[in-house]
Design a protein around this ligand. Structure first.
Ligand code: FAD
Length: 444
């Protein structure tokens, strides 16, 4: 059990200017995490200013139509990673915020399915922002370019309006809450020989629609939800689709479910070994195919380009370090915090509970342990990961204990634990996906 039973700290160990006063806070990002944070901070009587690079709220769920990416492997921070056909991979009931159900038929809802199209999630987030009067807190088309520590623990935040070529505007805030998401900076698989390979490489971040892959031979790298969905999507137009999965057992390297229902061949392969100048791609079992495209569905990197060394936080192999309970850097807590880093979770309720905790701590209603205690907790957590044999890059992978974590946060904030039905529905969905990947979205 990575998290101990909740222990409420009553003593305050951190120097806040005026703990119970309304603080001037900068929230970076108006995706689901930033919206959750803005609501909870406002509820505690603070005055959050939300900076958002885009022209609307929603973050990930703001779909960008197909465009010719100048760098199909690289990051374009201006667009999210959604593809046109994407439907949620969690049942909508589980996805919603704890007190604002993501219900079919609610105001603004147009797609009643249990696993709705991505536009439905955007409509939901927009309704959430309107219901809790959050839009007036957001400075749209405004990017935070730098966050620098001042005396007394405050932060100088420099932001720039879209199109402004100047150095931007600097303002001082009592605390900064980082909600900038972590699904836009691609992680790319290293493939020996790929530089001389004549085909095209693209990261799932830049994938939108299957039409450009008509009659092509495509290799998809990865075993994630995106690899699963995109392989099936591309198989509707491509000549062949091969999924290279480093964890694939040799005896499962064969036709995949979906093979018969699609035009193209859908095959599972072992990890790519190397790519050759003649267009071939060789797999670890020695087999090879001539391919036109390699699609990297290999995930994303945490990135905080606006933070400097004074944040005390570094990112190494996708570990954001050090963070007490994945939220507060002990050295500068609570004036800097991060909402939304955990993955393999139900994101919105987790964001909400993290936000309640951060807002309560900033209000002086909830105490934090001393810096030393927080650092001790971080180290103990790392030791547990090591003992479990998990690589560093899994630091924020919560696949086994998200609800334990959620309930710990809830207890800190005096909120009831996550509902039993939600936990059960999540478990059933996970089992369905594993047992019947092709059918799981049709269940219920
Ligand atoms: P984001 O949604 O990325 O929002 C971050 C915001 O910060 C963005 O609006 C960005 O413009 C802004 N920003 C970043 N940097 C700056 C800056 N310097 N200045 C100003 N603004 C900035 N979750 C589910 O619950 N169900 C699903 O089915 C599901 N499917 C997914 C499918 C895909 C392909 C992906 C990529 C993710 C999926 N997720 C799903 C996870 C999803 O990302 C989360 O649900 C959630 O939207 C993340 O919210 P966020 O606020 O943390 O980040």
């Amino acid at each position: 059990r990575p998290y101990p039973k909740p222990k409420l700290h009553t003593a305050l160990h951190f120097p806040l200017p005026m703990p119970s006063a309304s603080l001037r806070l900068a929230v970076i990002g108006a995706g689901a995490a930033g919206l959750a944070a803005a609501r909870e901070l406002s509820r505690e009587g603070h005055a959050p200013v939300v900076f958002e690079r885009a022209a609307a709220v929603g973050g990930t769920w703001l779909y960008a139509p197909p465009a010719t990416a100048s760098d199909p492997l690289g990051a374009a921070a201006t667009h999210s990673s959604l593809y046109a056909s994407l439907r949620t991979n969690l049942p909508r009931e589980t996805m919603g915020f704890l007190d604002f159900p993501f219900a079919a038929g609610a105001a603004g809802s147009e797609d009643p399915r249990r696993f709705p199209e991505h536009e439905e999630v955007l409509r939901y987030l927009d309704a959430f922002a309107r219901r809790f009067d959050l839009l007036q807190l957001v400075r749209f088309e405004t990017e935070v370019v730098s966050v620098r520590r001042e005396d007394a623990g405050r932060w100088a935040v420099t932001s720039r309006k879209l199109g402004d070529k100047g150095s931007g505007e600097e303002e001082v805030y009592d605390a900064v809450v980082v909600c900038n998401g972590h699904y836009t900076v691609p992680r790319i698989a290293a493939i020996p020989g790929v530089n001389a390979w004549p085909g095209k490489q693209i990261h799932s971040h830049n994938y939108r629609v299957p039409e450009p892959f008509l009659d092509q031979v495509v290799i998809i790298i990865g075993a994630s939800a995106s690899a699963f969905d995109i392989s099936r999507d591309i198989a509707t137009t491509a000549k062949e689709v091969h999924i290279a999965d480093r964890s694939a057992p040799v005896d499962t390297c064969e036709k995949q479910p979906g093979y018969t229902s699609t035009v193209a061949k859908l095959m599972l392969k072992l990890q790519i070994d190397r790519a050759l100048e003649d267009g071939s791609v060789v797999f670890q079992d020695g087999s090879s195919i001539k391919a036109d495209v390699i699609m990297h569905c290999t995930g994303y990197l945490y990135d905080f380009p606006f933070l400097g060394d004074d944040s005390t936080v570094t990112v190494d192999d996708n570990r954001v370090d050090p963070l007490y309970k994945h939220v507060f850097p002990p050295e500068v807590a609570p004036q800097l915090s991060f909402i939304g880093l955990p993955w393999k979770v139900i994101p919105f309720p987790l964001f909400e509970l993290q936000s309640k905790w951060v807002a309560g701590v900033l209000a002086g209603r909830i105490g934090l342990p001393s810096k030393d205690e927080m650092m001790g907790d971080v180290k103990a957590f790392y030791s547990k990961l090591e003992a479990r044999g998990w690589p560093k890059r899994y630091t924020h992978n919560f696949s086994n204990y998200q609800f334990e974590y959620d309930d710990w946060l809830a207890a800190q904030s005096g909120h009831p634990p996550v509902e039993e039905w939600r936990k059960q529905m999540y478990a059933v969905n996970a089992k369905n996906k594993k047992d019947r990947p092709e059918l799981s979205r049709r269940v219920g």
